[in-house]
Design a protein around this ligand. Structure first.
Ligand SMILES: Cc1ncc(COP(=O)(O)O)c(C=O)c1O
Length: 407
């Protein structure tokens, strides 16, 4: 029993290599391990495989781009057609006009970019004192230092300090606390950042009026509103963005994950003119921010083909039906007393297990029975299936959970 060289992310470094489940293949909402076992993927891998696995149009688009050129950077003076096309397309889906898009390779980089863009836009607009980023309790914003510092999940931060300065975290649903912070310090705030539905903490939809309240406070105090939509975007909530799902329009939107459904990593930030105009106000000024792979053409080609599938298969419309079927199944288990609480919105959900049940043990029992879920803490399992999942596959998830909870 050895660990092997691979140091796994979010894992115990002592875990033996041969105790991991090695996924080798996927098709639709199902994946297969190296022993040939089949699993219904209740988590779209890690909240990202919205179009499911084995989509040939994406792999063809990737191969075709790679056969021309796999990558070439986009720092001035270079560009490429897929990066321009995906930016245009994402700006078209955004809930505001004339959006501009900055590209990254991950959600964490997208969050860091949004924080930096918010700060620099205020600087360029002549308001350098606006540098505070306000975030919420329970927030998950990734693991690079910007996003980690912005998190509202202290366990993830333990031992990694010191953190980025100028970040304030306020209790998750407390609009009064947010309002009083803004009343006192609003003139120093660059942006308030929130996930529309808080995902990794255990799926917390916003309380009624909360997102509207944040928008109002940002407008009153001249701050930007950032929606971190790394999980919420591209159909998970039945719309291109959570912004449209909740009818609240932010100034910046971060995205990653389902923009390619994970076929190739890609992320980024969409911003409105309030943010982009100050960056464009001086023709001699240069944005000194960019990743080697900002605008990676193969990743962008994957994204374009992925969005085609979401479009052509009407996956935005499928999300509410998936959510309803899952919810009905979970609600029956709640009536039986083996689930304590269900939190959900459209095709994302969390089930809080009855007292005495251990979510990590239930996750392992489920895995052995061919259903994948994620235990985000000892009492909570999360659900976020590919949007191509069939009704009978959803039923297999619910039936599997019912059996696992009773064993
Ligand atoms: C809302 C949110 N922001 C940022 C991230 C970080 O993304 P990544 O893991 O791609 O860096 C995640 C990842 O789950 C996320 O859910």
């Amino acid at each position: 029993m050895t660990t092997g060289a691979f140091l796994h992310p979010y894992a115990k470094p002592t875990r033996a290599a041969d105790t991991y489940t090695r996924i080798v293949r996927g098709d639709g909402a199902r994946v297969y391990d190296d022993h040939g076992n089949e699993y219904i993927d209740g988590m779209a891998s890690l909240w990202y495989a919205n179009v499911g696995y084995g989509q040939r149009s994406i792999t063809d688009a990737v191969a075709s781009q790679m056969n021309n050129i796999a990558a070439y950077h986009c720092f001035e003076p270079f560009s490429n057609e897929p990066a321009e096309a995906i930016s245009q397309r994402l700006a078209g889906y955004a809930p505001f006009e004339n959006g501009r898009v900055f590209l990254t390779s991950s959600g964490s980089e997208a969050v860091d970019s949004a924080m930096k863009l918010a700060r620099i836009a205020h600087v360029r607009a002549g308001n350098p004192q606006r540098n505070v980023i306000v975030t919420r309790g329970r927030a998950y914003h990734g693991v690079t230092y910007g996003g980690l510092s912005a998190q509202g999940l202290p366990a993830n931060q333990e031992g990694f300090g010191p953190f980025v300065e100028g970040i304030i975290n306020i209790a998750a649903d407390d609009i009064e606390a947010m309002a009083s912070y803004m009343a006192e310090h609003g003139h120093t705030v660059a942006a308030i950042m929130t996930e529309p539905v808080q995902g990794a903490a255990g799926v917390y939809p916003p309380s009624d009026g909360y997102l509207e309240g944040l928008r109002r406070l940002c407008d009153q105090h001249g701050a930007f509103l950032i929606f971190d939509e790394v999980i919420c975007a591209f159909g998970r909530l039945g719309a291109w963005f959570g912004a449209q799902r909740f009818g609240v329009t932010p100034d910046l939107i971060t995205f990653a994950k389902a923009v390619t459904s994970g076929y190739i990593p890609l992320g980024g930030v969409i911003m409105n003119e309030r943010v982009s105009a100050p960056l464009e106000s001086d023709a001699t000024w240069m944005l000194r921010h960019g990743h080697t792979y900002s605008g990676h053409p193969t990743a962008c080609a994957a994204a374009l083909a992925n969005l085609d599938i979401i479009d052509e298969q009407n996956l935005l419309e499928r999300a509410p039906a998936i959510g309803a079927r899952l919810f009905d199944g979970f609600a029956a288990l709640q009536r039986d007393g083996i689930i304590r609480e269900i939190r959900s919105d459209r095709a994302i959900a969390a089930t809080v297990l009855a007292e005495g049940l251990d979510a990590f043990a239930v996750r392992d029992t489920l895995l052995a029975s061919g259903v994948i879920t994620r235990a985000v803490n000892p009492e909570t399992l999360t659900w976020c299936p590919p949007l191509v999942i069939t009704d009978s596959e959803i039923d297999r998830i619910v039936d599997g959970l019912a059996v696992a909870l009773r064993t």
